[in-house]
Structures are given as structure tokens and as C-alpha cells.
Design a protein around this ligand. Structure first.
Ligand SMILES: [Zn+2]
Length: 76
């Protein structure tokens, strides 16, 4: 029984680290959840802040990043 619960914890840890990250916009301080996704096309992508329109990240390839606004800066 002890080994079963240890296995469950390890799986939860792995999921959290590989699929969700947190990112804070360098300009306005908005906080985003970042989910790693797989894109069908290898191309150039960018992520633009919903609050201040700053380009937060740019990349090329098929690994996508889906930014979900989690908390807005108090002064925006
Ligand atoms: Zn911003």
C-alpha cells in the first residue's frame, strides 16, 4: 500500500512540471499560466501580453506555449 501512494505522488509531480509553468510579464507584471502544447506546424510563434501588448516570448518549432492570464497587475 505504501508503494501505491508513493507512485501517485510521483505522477502528480511529473505532470505539474511538464505541462504547466508560470510566467510574469517583464513590463506590466501580469502573471500567466503557461501550458506546453504540441503544434502541428513548425513555424514562428510569439506570445503577446494581454495587458500591455508586449511580446513576452518568441520561438520557432512545434512546441507551443499557451499563455493563460492568471492575475493582472494592480495598477493596470
Ligand atoms: Zn504585460
Amino acid at each position: 500500500m505504501r508503494s501505491l501512494s508513493a507512485h501517485g505522488l510521483a505522477m502528480a509531480d511529473q505532470l505539474r512540471q511538464s505541462s504547466i509553468d508560470e510566467f510574469q510579464c517583464g513590463r506590466c507584471g501580469a502573471v500567466y499560466d503557461v501550458a506546453i502544447t504540441h503544434l502541428a506546424l513548425r513555424a514562428n510563434y510569439d506570445a503577446i501580453c494581454n495587458v500591455c501588448q508586449k511580446v513576452m516570448n518568441e520561438w520557432h518549432g512545434t512546441v507551443g506555449r499557451a499563455y493563460t492570464l492568471k492575475s493582472q497587475p494592480a495598477h493596470a
